[in-house]
Design a protein around this ligand. Structure first.
Ligand code: NAG
Ligand code: NAG
Length: 558
């Protein structure tokens, strides 16, 4: 996922001239490491800085313009971003770009494209490295606080996203972009061959989701790093943090017109960008129907484009934890609680199907219910013991509520814990654990995107059949985990579930991939990050966890 668009290159054979000079000389000099995740324990400087930043946002409404080129533009279509856990608090006031403004943004970016693309990759990389340093240091608390208040994240969820992952994206992308220049074809004297990595001819549309501040920065940032110009439509419900990221990029040296910051109504944006002959790529994270719609629009306009647009989309999942009777129960329990309920299940990688062998069920059920009683749901800024907060908005709340009603009325489903919701102050949904007698109940198939975990208990001796069920139940294939101590079972499950997940974990939870360690991506309806980069092959990333998982709580929560 953190690879820049490496498929855009032209091969130039230069006869006798020595074009070796074009090559980046210091590829190996750029060393980057994952940004440490800070602990935020009592008395730590990061906790103090964060608390101050949170205080600064209290009751505030930030005005956020569209930015086209260097110009801040306001339209009459005014919108608000509400704090999910306190919807009386408008955290941002922004406006939608209309068709005319979007077209202006397209023209402005096209005019800036050539010069940007000709800039050496090392210079472009420098901007992202600088932005990463700003995020890591002076701007960390601000971006975390904005992610917490605007998107309803807890301290740790904001930290692993808006700080750690975004910083990693910028640094690793810069490193990979620079290293790519070193990938050169064979030269046979007397001629030398070289690849020039260039941006696409046109503009890229980046459409980012609410759930990760880091994804916004990456969807818009990665193409820009590679020499592209970008129209970035951030999510309405992540506006505050997205704008902070945009400002940081600009302050780090990103010239105007390379990334246009254009909040917009989804269909208006989709129609306008797909209607332009200059569209050369869409970088999308969001729902399957929206991505399919965009893809169809591109297909319909195919005759008008100057180049075939590249479509990259990531569309969610229905992720599984499969437990074998040889599993370590503690790891299953804490891994599942984190994966299913952190950020209210609003991660594409969240576990929402748990398969448990009958022999272990009494024990696992007892532990899950016991810990369920200890999960604190609430305002994550007031009380750091909060494990998760409200779901993102009214629409999401209504969808989850419908699923909870379905759970009550379906004869195959039993609610074991939770199941209540209340949107009087914020969009709060209790963590819910269900048991399904029917492994193909709709709730086992469809994405809910909320704190709802469904368990299917299977007969121990039917574990192969159950693995087939895991593989065949949903149309998604994003993440999944197998919990087993028996090595043969791990091997067998790995084979049987080869196409059931892009990120496959052994004895670890299905969430929490780290840039550079577990590259992220899926298949089937979950989409694929960089479709054209892998020569027709798709990847599966496998991670083995060698030590048992610890407590589901974090130290700063004490
Ligand atoms: C989309 O963004 C990803 C990073 O998230 C990048 O690897 C990819 O090249 C981008 N694709 C396009 C078409 O811009
Ligand atoms: C983020 O949320 C969108 C829905 O808005 C979903 O489609 C996507 O899969 C999620 N991505 C991640 C990385 O959680």
């Amino acid at each position: 996922p953190s690879m820049g668009g490496g498929d855009r290159h032209s091969l130039i054979s230069e006869g006798h001239r020595d074009s070796g000079k074009l090559r980046w000389k210091h590829a190996s000099a750029l060393k980057v490491a994952n940004e440490p995740v800070l602990a935020f324990t009592q008395g730590s400087p990061e906790r103090e800085a964060l608390q101050k930043a949170l205080k600064d946002l209290k009751g505030q409404t930030e005005a956020i313009p569209c930015v086209v080129g260097d110009e801040e533009v306001w339209t009459s279509d005014v919108q608000y971003q509400l704090s999910p856990f306190n919807h009386g608090h408008k955290v941002a006031k922004f406006c939608y770009a209309d068709k005319a403004l979007l077209n202006k943004a397209i023209e402005a970016s096209l005019a800036a494209r050539k010069e940007w693309d000709l800039k050496p990759v090392a210079d472009r990389a420098q901007i992202f490295l600088k932005a990463a340093d700003m995020l890591s240091g002076p701007r960390r608390a601000e971006v975390l606080a904005k992610t917490m208040v605007g998107q309803g994240k807890t301290v740790i969820q904001a930290e692993i996203d808006a700080a750690a992952e975004l910083i990693d994206f910028f640094r690793f992308n810069a490193k990979f972009a620079v290293e790519l220049e070193g990938e050169q074809p064979i030269s046979v004297p007397p001629s030398t061959n070289s690849v020039i990595y260039r941006g696409l001819e046109g503009f890229v549309a980046a459409i980012s989701p609410f759930n990760f501040t880091a994804i916004g920065g990456n969807l818009a940032g990665a193409p820009a790093l590679m020499g592209n110009v970008v129209l970035w439509k951030p999510s309405d419900t992540a506006m505050l943090a997205s704008y902070a990221v945009y400002r940081i990029l600009r302050e780090a040296g990103l010239p105007p017109n390379i990334i246009q910051f254009v909040p917009a109504d989804g269909p208006t944006f989709g129609d306008t960008v797909t209607g332009s002959e200059h569209l050369c790529g869409i970088n999308f994270t969001g729902s399957v129907p929206t991505f399919k719609h965009l893809w169809k629009q591109v297909a319909q306009n195919l005759d008008h484009y100057r180049t075939f647009p590249r479509l990259a989309g990531e569309c969610g999942g229905k992720n599984f934890h499969f437990v074998h009777c040889s599993a370590d129960v503690d790891s299953v329990v804490s891994g599942t609680l984190r994966s299913a309920f952190e950020y209210g299940g609003q991660k594409c990688s969240a576990c929402s199907r748990l398969y448990v062998p009958r022999s272990l069920w009494p024990q696992i059920k007892g532990r899950l219910l016991e810990e369920h009683g200890r999960i604190k749901v609430g305002d994550p800024t007031e009380d750091f013991r909060t494990f998760f907060s409200a779901v993102i908005d009214a629409k999401s709340f209504a969808r989850i509520k419908k699923w909870l009603e379905h759970a009550r009325s379906s004869p195959s489903l039993t609610i074991l814990a939770g199941g209540k919701c209340d949107d009087s102050v914020g969009y709060f949904v209790e963590p819910c654990i269900l048991e399904s007698k029917d492994p193909r109940e709709p709730i086992m198939k469809e994405e809910i995107f909320g704190p709802v975990l469904t368990v299917y208990v299977y007969p121990d001796d039917k574990y192969r059949e159950t693995l087939q069920l895991v593989d065949g139940t949903t149309s998604y294939a994003l993440t999944g985990a197998v919990f087993a101590q028996d090595k043969d079972v791990v091997q067998e499950a790995t084979k049987m579930l080869r196409n059931a997940a892009g990120n496959f974990y052994v004895n670890d939870k299905s969430t929490g991939s780290v840039v550079g360690q577990q590259p992220f991506g899926g298949a089937r309806a979950s989409g694929e990050w960089v479709p054209s980069q892998r020569g027709g092959a798709t990847c599966e990333y496998v991670q083995f966890q060698l030590s048992p998982l610890g407590d589901w709580r974090y130290a700063y929560m004490q």
